[in-house]
Design a protein around this ligand. Sequence first.
Ligand SMILES: Cc1ncc(COP(=O)(O)O)c(C=O)c1O
Length: 433
Amino acid sequence: MREVKNHIETNCVQAGYTPGSGEPRQIPIIQSTTFKYDTCEAMGQLFDLEAEGYFYSRLQNPTCDMVAAKICALEGGTAAMLTASGQAANFFALFNIASNGDHIVASSSIYGGTFNLISVTMAKMGVEATFVAPDCSEEELEAAFRPNTKAVFGETIANPALTVLDIERFAQAAHRHGVPLVVDNTFATPINCRPIEWGADIVTHSTTKYMDGHAAALGGAIVDGGKFDWMAHADKFPGLCTPDESYHGVTYAEKFGNAGAFITKCTAQLMRDFGSMQSPQSAFYLNLGLESLHVRMPRHCENAQAVAEYLSKHPKVETVHYCSLPTDPYYKTAQKYLPNGSCGVVCFELRGGREAAGAFMRELKLAAIETHVADARTCCLSPASTTHRQMTDEQLKAAGVPAGLIRLSCGLENKEDLISDIANALEAIPNAD
Ligand SMILES: Cc1ncc(COP(=O)(O)O)c(C=O)c1O
Protein backbone atom coordinates (compact mmCIF):
# COMPACT_ATOMS: atom_id res chain seq x y z
CA MET A 1 0.00 0.00 0.00
CA ARG A 2 1.29 3.48 -0.89
CA GLU A 3 1.90 6.03 1.81
CA VAL A 4 -0.24 9.19 1.43
CA LYS A 5 2.23 11.87 2.48
CA ASN A 6 0.01 14.94 2.42
CA HIS A 7 2.18 17.23 0.37
CA ILE A 8 1.66 20.97 0.73
CA GLU A 9 -0.87 21.02 -2.16
CA THR A 10 -2.98 18.44 -0.37
CA ASN A 11 -2.73 20.38 2.88
CA CYS A 12 -3.89 23.55 1.12
CA VAL A 13 -7.07 21.76 0.17
CA GLN A 14 -7.68 19.40 3.06
CA ALA A 15 -5.73 20.20 6.25
CA GLY A 16 -7.42 21.55 9.35
CA TYR A 17 -10.82 19.94 8.97
CA THR A 18 -11.82 16.34 8.36
CA PRO A 19 -15.58 15.90 8.41
CA GLY A 20 -17.13 12.78 9.85
CA SER A 21 -19.85 10.85 8.07
CA GLY A 22 -22.82 13.10 7.33
CA GLU A 23 -21.01 16.26 8.39
CA PRO A 24 -20.60 19.36 6.18
CA ARG A 25 -17.94 19.03 3.45
CA GLN A 26 -16.96 22.69 3.78
CA ILE A 27 -15.73 23.97 7.15
CA PRO A 28 -18.70 25.07 9.25
CA ILE A 29 -18.88 28.74 10.23
CA ILE A 30 -19.47 28.65 13.98
CA GLN A 31 -21.05 32.08 14.19
CA SER A 32 -21.41 32.17 17.95
CA THR A 33 -19.74 34.45 20.46
CA THR A 34 -20.26 32.00 23.29
CA PHE A 35 -20.58 28.29 24.10
CA LYS A 36 -22.95 26.51 26.49
CA TYR A 37 -21.93 24.21 29.37
CA ASP A 38 -23.90 21.95 31.70
CA THR A 39 -21.92 22.71 34.84
CA CYS A 40 -19.78 25.51 36.26
CA GLU A 41 -17.06 22.92 36.89
CA ALA A 42 -16.87 21.95 33.20
CA MET A 43 -16.46 25.59 32.22
CA GLY A 44 -14.02 26.24 35.08
CA GLN A 45 -11.75 23.54 33.64
CA LEU A 46 -11.46 25.59 30.43
CA PHE A 47 -10.65 28.77 32.35
CA ASP A 48 -7.92 26.85 34.20
CA LEU A 49 -6.50 25.60 30.87
CA GLU A 50 -7.09 22.09 32.25
CA ALA A 51 -9.35 21.04 29.37
CA GLU A 52 -9.59 21.91 25.66
CA GLY A 53 -12.70 23.63 24.40
CA TYR A 54 -14.35 26.92 23.68
CA PHE A 55 -16.06 29.40 25.95
CA TYR A 56 -15.87 32.82 24.26
CA SER A 57 -14.96 33.70 20.66
CA ARG A 58 -12.80 36.64 21.71
CA LEU A 59 -10.19 34.03 22.71
CA GLN A 60 -10.87 31.08 20.45
CA ASN A 61 -13.43 29.95 17.92
CA PRO A 62 -13.68 26.51 16.27
CA THR A 63 -13.83 27.86 12.69
CA CYS A 64 -10.77 30.02 13.30
CA ASP A 65 -8.94 27.10 14.89
CA MET A 66 -9.62 24.83 11.89
CA VAL A 67 -8.13 27.42 9.54
CA ALA A 68 -5.22 28.08 11.91
CA ALA A 69 -4.53 24.33 11.91
CA LYS A 70 -4.36 24.39 8.09
CA ILE A 71 -1.86 27.30 8.12
CA CYS A 72 0.11 25.47 10.82
CA ALA A 73 0.36 22.41 8.56
CA LEU A 74 1.42 24.55 5.59
CA GLU A 75 4.23 26.22 7.56
CA GLY A 76 5.29 23.00 9.30
CA GLY A 77 4.60 24.37 12.78
CA THR A 78 3.34 22.83 15.99
CA ALA A 79 0.65 25.38 16.97
CA ALA A 80 -1.03 28.37 15.34
CA MET A 81 -3.66 31.02 15.88
CA LEU A 82 -5.53 33.50 13.72
CA THR A 83 -5.70 37.22 14.43
CA ALA A 84 -7.93 40.00 13.09
CA SER A 85 -5.14 41.41 10.90
CA GLY A 86 -1.50 41.04 9.98
CA GLN A 87 -0.74 44.01 12.23
CA ALA A 88 -2.26 42.17 15.18
CA ALA A 89 -0.24 39.04 14.29
CA ASN A 90 3.08 40.90 14.30
CA PHE A 91 2.23 42.86 17.44
CA PHE A 92 1.15 39.74 19.33
CA ALA A 93 4.13 37.68 18.13
CA LEU A 94 6.55 40.30 19.46
CA PHE A 95 4.68 41.51 22.53
CA ASN A 96 4.20 37.91 23.67
CA ILE A 97 7.93 37.84 24.49
CA ALA A 98 9.06 41.49 24.63
CA SER A 99 7.50 44.00 27.00
CA ASN A 100 8.42 47.16 28.90
CA GLY A 101 12.22 47.35 29.31
CA ASP A 102 12.97 44.85 26.53
CA HIS A 103 14.54 45.27 23.12
CA ILE A 104 14.05 43.85 19.61
CA VAL A 105 16.45 43.59 16.67
CA ALA A 106 14.54 44.11 13.42
CA SER A 107 15.36 44.30 9.75
CA SER A 108 15.02 47.89 8.53
CA SER A 109 13.53 46.56 5.31
CA ILE A 110 9.99 45.76 6.39
CA TYR A 111 6.39 46.82 5.75
CA GLY A 112 5.82 50.49 6.75
CA GLY A 113 2.99 49.57 9.13
CA THR A 114 5.21 47.10 10.96
CA PHE A 115 8.05 49.61 11.07
CA ASN A 116 5.67 52.10 12.67
CA LEU A 117 4.34 49.47 15.07
CA ILE A 118 7.86 48.65 16.28
CA SER A 119 9.52 52.06 16.11
CA VAL A 120 6.65 54.19 17.45
CA THR A 121 3.85 52.27 19.15
CA MET A 122 5.91 49.53 20.80
CA ALA A 123 8.51 52.15 21.77
CA LYS A 124 5.72 53.96 23.66
CA MET A 125 5.10 50.69 25.47
CA GLY A 126 8.73 50.57 26.55
CA VAL A 127 10.04 48.12 23.94
CA GLU A 128 13.07 49.53 22.15
CA ALA A 129 14.32 48.39 18.75
CA THR A 130 17.50 48.44 16.73
CA PHE A 131 17.04 48.23 12.97
CA VAL A 132 19.65 46.59 10.77
CA ALA A 133 19.78 46.29 6.98
CA PRO A 134 18.96 42.76 5.80
CA ASP A 135 22.37 42.63 4.13
CA CYS A 136 24.27 44.21 7.04
CA SER A 137 27.71 42.92 7.96
CA GLU A 138 28.20 40.27 10.63
CA GLU A 139 29.67 42.96 12.93
CA GLU A 140 26.63 45.24 12.47
CA LEU A 141 24.28 42.38 13.21
CA GLU A 142 26.19 41.37 16.35
CA ALA A 143 26.39 44.99 17.55
CA ALA A 144 22.59 45.32 17.36
CA PHE A 145 22.05 42.85 20.23
CA ARG A 146 21.75 43.94 23.86
CA PRO A 147 21.44 41.93 27.05
CA ASN A 148 17.69 42.77 27.07
CA THR A 149 17.08 41.73 23.43
CA LYS A 150 14.13 39.31 23.28
CA ALA A 151 13.53 38.69 19.57
CA VAL A 152 14.79 39.22 16.03
CA PHE A 153 12.28 40.18 13.36
CA GLY A 154 12.33 40.28 9.55
CA GLU A 155 10.26 39.63 6.41
CA THR A 156 11.10 36.78 4.03
CA ILE A 157 10.46 39.15 1.10
CA ALA A 158 10.11 42.71 2.36
CA ASN A 159 7.13 44.85 1.40
CA PRO A 160 7.80 46.90 -0.72
CA ALA A 161 11.62 46.87 -0.96
CA LEU A 162 11.52 43.18 -2.05
CA THR A 163 14.80 42.48 -0.25
CA VAL A 164 15.20 38.84 0.76
CA LEU A 165 16.06 37.92 4.34
CA ASP A 166 18.95 35.51 4.83
CA ILE A 167 16.83 33.48 7.25
CA GLU A 168 19.58 31.04 8.25
CA ARG A 169 22.00 33.87 9.07
CA PHE A 170 19.44 35.83 11.11
CA ALA A 171 18.28 32.65 12.89
CA GLN A 172 21.85 31.74 13.83
CA ALA A 173 22.48 35.24 15.18
CA ALA A 174 19.22 35.16 17.17
CA HIS A 175 20.02 31.73 18.61
CA ARG A 176 23.59 32.76 19.55
CA HIS A 177 21.91 35.38 21.76
CA GLY A 178 19.29 32.97 23.13
CA VAL A 179 16.29 34.57 21.42
CA PRO A 180 13.88 33.45 18.69
CA LEU A 181 13.67 34.65 15.08
CA VAL A 182 10.21 35.88 14.07
CA VAL A 183 9.65 35.95 10.30
CA ASP A 184 6.75 37.59 8.50
CA ASN A 185 6.22 35.25 5.54
CA THR A 186 3.31 37.15 3.96
CA PHE A 187 4.79 37.76 0.51
CA ALA A 188 6.46 34.39 -0.04
CA THR A 189 3.68 32.27 1.50
CA PRO A 190 4.54 28.72 2.58
CA ILE A 191 4.17 27.66 -1.06
CA ASN A 192 7.43 29.41 -1.94
CA CYS A 193 9.30 29.38 1.40
CA ARG A 194 8.83 27.77 4.80
CA PRO A 195 11.00 29.81 7.18
CA ILE A 196 10.78 27.23 10.00
CA GLU A 197 12.73 24.80 7.79
CA TRP A 198 15.53 27.41 7.66
CA GLY A 199 15.68 28.01 11.43
CA ALA A 200 12.96 30.61 12.06
CA ASP A 201 11.05 30.02 15.30
CA ILE A 202 7.83 31.97 14.83
CA VAL A 203 6.16 32.76 11.50
CA THR A 204 3.56 35.48 11.00
CA HIS A 205 1.23 36.35 8.15
CA SER A 206 -1.02 39.05 6.93
CA THR A 207 -3.55 36.53 5.61
CA THR A 208 -5.23 39.55 3.98
CA LYS A 209 -2.70 39.05 1.16
CA TYR A 210 -2.03 35.92 -0.92
CA MET A 211 -3.60 33.51 1.56
CA ASP A 212 -6.98 35.15 1.13
CA GLY A 213 -5.97 36.25 -2.36
CA HIS A 214 -9.26 37.86 -3.38
CA ALA A 215 -9.29 41.09 -1.32
CA ALA A 216 -12.22 39.63 0.63
CA ALA A 217 -11.23 39.46 4.30
CA LEU A 218 -8.66 41.03 6.63
CA GLY A 219 -6.72 38.63 8.79
CA GLY A 220 -3.47 37.49 10.30
CA ALA A 221 -1.87 34.31 11.59
CA ILE A 222 0.93 33.30 13.96
CA VAL A 223 2.62 29.90 13.70
CA ASP A 224 5.03 28.47 16.25
CA GLY A 225 7.74 26.16 14.90
CA GLY A 226 7.88 24.55 18.35
CA LYS A 227 11.69 24.26 18.37
CA PHE A 228 12.69 27.19 20.57
CA ASP A 229 13.64 26.00 24.05
CA TRP A 230 12.09 28.63 26.32
CA MET A 231 13.18 26.96 29.55
CA ALA A 232 16.82 26.94 28.39
CA HIS A 233 16.55 30.76 28.38
CA ALA A 234 14.16 31.08 31.30
CA ASP A 235 15.83 34.26 32.58
CA LYS A 236 14.95 36.04 29.33
CA PHE A 237 11.36 34.84 29.08
CA PRO A 238 9.74 35.04 32.53
CA GLY A 239 6.31 35.36 30.90
CA LEU A 240 6.62 31.84 29.53
CA CYS A 241 8.81 30.28 32.21
CA THR A 242 7.32 31.53 35.52
CA PRO A 243 3.76 31.17 36.85
CA ASP A 244 1.10 33.41 35.28
CA GLU A 245 -0.95 34.68 38.20
CA SER A 246 -3.67 35.86 35.81
CA TYR A 247 -4.12 32.21 34.79
CA HIS A 248 -4.10 30.41 38.12
CA GLY A 249 -0.35 30.13 38.28
CA VAL A 250 0.16 28.17 35.07
CA THR A 251 3.74 28.12 33.74
CA TYR A 252 3.22 27.93 29.99
CA ALA A 253 6.59 26.45 29.00
CA GLU A 254 6.25 23.73 31.66
CA LYS A 255 2.63 22.81 31.02
CA PHE A 256 2.51 23.11 27.21
CA GLY A 257 6.17 22.47 26.29
CA ASN A 258 8.06 24.05 23.40
CA ALA A 259 5.38 22.94 20.97
CA GLY A 260 2.48 24.75 22.59
CA ALA A 261 3.65 27.35 25.11
CA PHE A 262 3.95 30.37 22.81
CA ILE A 263 0.52 30.12 21.17
CA THR A 264 -1.23 29.16 24.43
CA LYS A 265 0.21 32.20 26.22
CA CYS A 266 -0.56 34.44 23.26
CA THR A 267 -4.19 33.26 23.24
CA ALA A 268 -4.69 33.17 27.00
CA GLN A 269 -3.13 36.58 27.70
CA LEU A 270 -2.99 38.77 24.60
CA MET A 271 -6.15 37.62 22.85
CA ARG A 272 -7.98 37.75 26.16
CA ASP A 273 -6.80 41.30 26.89
CA PHE A 274 -6.57 42.87 23.42
CA GLY A 275 -9.35 40.88 21.72
CA SER A 276 -8.11 41.02 18.14
CA MET A 277 -9.72 37.78 17.01
CA GLN A 278 -10.53 37.06 13.38
CA SER A 279 -14.24 36.63 12.76
CA PRO A 280 -15.37 33.11 11.87
CA GLN A 281 -16.87 34.46 8.64
CA SER A 282 -13.49 35.94 7.64
CA ALA A 283 -11.77 32.67 8.56
CA PHE A 284 -14.18 30.89 6.20
CA TYR A 285 -13.22 33.23 3.32
CA LEU A 286 -9.57 32.78 4.21
CA ASN A 287 -9.97 29.02 3.98
CA LEU A 288 -11.47 29.35 0.49
CA GLY A 289 -8.36 31.30 -0.50
CA LEU A 290 -6.05 28.72 1.05
CA GLU A 291 -7.69 25.94 -0.95
CA SER A 292 -6.18 27.37 -4.16
CA LEU A 293 -3.01 29.02 -2.78
CA HIS A 294 -0.75 26.38 -4.36
CA VAL A 295 -2.41 26.89 -7.76
CA ARG A 296 -2.45 30.68 -7.62
CA MET A 297 1.11 31.38 -6.37
CA PRO A 298 2.95 29.95 -9.41
CA ARG A 299 0.69 32.02 -11.69
CA HIS A 300 1.30 35.22 -9.70
CA CYS A 301 5.04 34.51 -10.00
CA GLU A 302 4.87 33.73 -13.73
CA ASN A 303 3.06 37.00 -14.43
CA ALA A 304 5.43 39.01 -12.24
CA GLN A 305 8.48 37.45 -13.89
CA ALA A 306 7.19 38.38 -17.37
CA VAL A 307 6.33 41.93 -16.24
CA ALA A 308 9.71 42.37 -14.48
CA GLU A 309 11.57 41.20 -17.58
CA TYR A 310 9.57 43.59 -19.77
CA LEU A 311 10.10 46.56 -17.44
CA SER A 312 13.83 45.89 -17.07
CA LYS A 313 14.30 46.41 -20.84
CA HIS A 314 12.15 49.57 -21.09
CA PRO A 315 13.99 52.87 -21.64
CA LYS A 316 11.63 54.83 -19.37
CA VAL A 317 12.37 52.54 -16.42
CA GLU A 318 15.30 53.39 -14.15
CA THR A 319 15.44 50.25 -11.99
CA VAL A 320 13.41 47.10 -11.40
CA HIS A 321 13.34 45.23 -8.10
CA TYR A 322 12.31 41.61 -8.41
CA CYS A 323 14.42 39.03 -6.63
CA SER A 324 13.74 36.34 -9.24
CA LEU A 325 15.48 38.47 -11.93
CA PRO A 326 19.13 37.39 -12.34
CA THR A 327 20.21 41.06 -12.28
CA ASP A 328 18.60 41.69 -8.86
CA PRO A 329 21.02 42.06 -5.90
CA TYR A 330 18.94 39.54 -3.93
CA TYR A 331 18.80 36.96 -6.75
CA LYS A 332 21.35 34.64 -5.10
CA THR A 333 19.59 34.72 -1.74
CA ALA A 334 16.25 34.24 -3.49
CA GLN A 335 17.60 31.20 -5.35
CA LYS A 336 18.45 29.66 -1.98
CA TYR A 337 15.21 30.41 -0.14
CA LEU A 338 12.75 30.83 -3.03
CA PRO A 339 13.94 28.52 -5.82
CA ASN A 340 10.44 27.95 -7.22
CA GLY A 341 9.42 31.60 -7.38
CA SER A 342 9.16 34.56 -5.03
CA CYS A 343 5.92 36.53 -5.25
CA GLY A 344 3.75 38.49 -7.65
CA VAL A 345 4.95 41.92 -6.57
CA VAL A 346 7.39 43.88 -8.72
CA CYS A 347 8.75 47.30 -7.74
CA PHE A 348 10.25 49.74 -10.19
CA GLU A 349 11.36 53.31 -10.48
CA LEU A 350 10.48 55.35 -13.53
CA ARG A 351 12.82 57.93 -14.97
CA GLY A 352 11.15 61.19 -13.97
CA GLY A 353 10.40 60.31 -10.33
CA ARG A 354 7.11 61.10 -8.60
CA GLU A 355 5.58 62.95 -11.56
CA ALA A 356 6.22 60.18 -14.05
CA ALA A 357 4.95 57.64 -11.51
CA GLY A 358 1.69 59.58 -11.10
CA ALA A 359 1.21 59.94 -14.86
CA PHE A 360 1.92 56.25 -15.44
CA MET A 361 -0.51 55.08 -12.77
CA ARG A 362 -3.29 57.34 -14.10
CA GLU A 363 -3.00 55.70 -17.54
CA LEU A 364 -3.29 52.08 -16.41
CA LYS A 365 -6.55 50.37 -17.35
CA LEU A 366 -6.23 46.83 -15.94
CA ALA A 367 -4.08 47.64 -12.92
CA ALA A 368 -5.99 49.64 -10.32
CA ILE A 369 -4.52 52.09 -7.79
CA GLU A 370 -5.06 50.42 -4.40
CA THR A 371 -3.54 50.16 -0.92
CA HIS A 372 -3.27 46.45 -1.41
CA VAL A 373 -1.10 43.70 -2.82
CA ALA A 374 -1.44 40.00 -3.49
CA ASP A 375 -4.89 40.15 -5.01
CA ALA A 376 -6.20 38.14 -7.97
CA ARG A 377 -6.61 41.52 -9.73
CA THR A 378 -3.48 43.51 -10.57
CA CYS A 379 -3.06 46.63 -8.47
CA CYS A 380 -0.41 49.28 -7.90
CA LEU A 381 0.58 52.03 -5.51
CA SER A 382 3.21 54.63 -4.76
CA PRO A 383 4.46 53.61 -1.26
CA ALA A 384 6.06 56.98 -0.42
CA SER A 385 2.71 58.73 -0.91
CA THR A 386 0.60 56.13 0.90
CA THR A 387 1.68 53.16 3.07
CA HIS A 388 5.08 54.66 3.95
CA ARG A 389 4.08 58.32 4.18
CA GLN A 390 4.85 58.43 7.92
CA MET A 391 8.54 57.77 7.18
CA THR A 392 11.15 60.46 6.68
CA ASP A 393 13.16 60.51 3.44
CA GLU A 394 16.09 58.99 5.36
CA GLN A 395 13.94 56.18 6.76
CA LEU A 396 12.51 55.58 3.27
CA LYS A 397 16.02 55.25 1.90
CA ALA A 398 17.03 52.85 4.69
CA ALA A 399 13.92 50.77 3.97
CA GLY A 400 14.84 50.67 0.27
CA VAL A 401 11.76 52.64 -0.78
CA PRO A 402 12.81 55.64 -2.92
CA ALA A 403 10.21 58.40 -3.34
CA GLY A 404 9.52 57.56 -7.00
CA LEU A 405 8.99 53.84 -6.52
CA ILE A 406 5.90 52.06 -7.90
CA ARG A 407 4.76 48.79 -6.35
CA LEU A 408 2.93 46.66 -8.87
CA SER A 409 1.17 43.55 -7.62
CA CYS A 410 0.64 41.23 -10.56
CA GLY A 411 -2.65 39.40 -10.36
CA LEU A 412 -3.88 36.33 -12.16
CA GLU A 413 -4.83 37.95 -15.48
CA ASN A 414 -3.22 37.00 -18.79
CA LYS A 415 0.41 38.18 -18.71
CA GLU A 416 0.32 39.57 -22.27
CA ASP A 417 -2.70 41.72 -21.29
CA LEU A 418 -0.81 43.05 -18.26
CA ILE A 419 2.24 43.88 -20.35
CA SER A 420 0.08 45.64 -22.97
CA ASP A 421 -1.58 47.74 -20.24
CA ILE A 422 1.84 48.67 -18.82
CA ALA A 423 3.26 49.39 -22.28
CA ASN A 424 0.38 51.78 -23.08
CA ALA A 425 0.77 53.60 -19.76
CA LEU A 426 4.54 53.93 -20.26
CA GLU A 427 3.94 55.23 -23.76
CA ALA A 428 1.63 57.94 -22.42
CA ILE A 429 4.10 59.47 -19.95
CA PRO A 430 6.22 62.33 -21.29
CA ASN A 431 9.91 61.62 -21.92
CA ALA A 432 12.04 62.65 -18.93
CA ASP A 433 14.78 64.18 -21.09
C1 LIG B 1 4.44 41.97 5.01
C2 LIG B 1 3.25 42.52 5.71
N1 LIG B 1 3.06 42.26 7.02
C3 LIG B 1 1.99 42.74 7.70
C4 LIG B 1 1.07 43.54 7.09
C5 LIG B 1 -0.11 44.05 7.86
O1 LIG B 1 -1.20 43.25 7.53
P1 LIG B 1 -2.73 43.74 7.64
O2 LIG B 1 -2.95 44.80 6.63
O3 LIG B 1 -3.49 42.47 7.38
O4 LIG B 1 -2.91 44.23 9.02
C6 LIG B 1 1.21 43.84 5.72
C7 LIG B 1 0.23 44.69 5.03
O5 LIG B 1 0.40 45.07 3.90
C8 LIG B 1 2.33 43.31 5.02
O6 LIG B 1 2.52 43.57 3.72
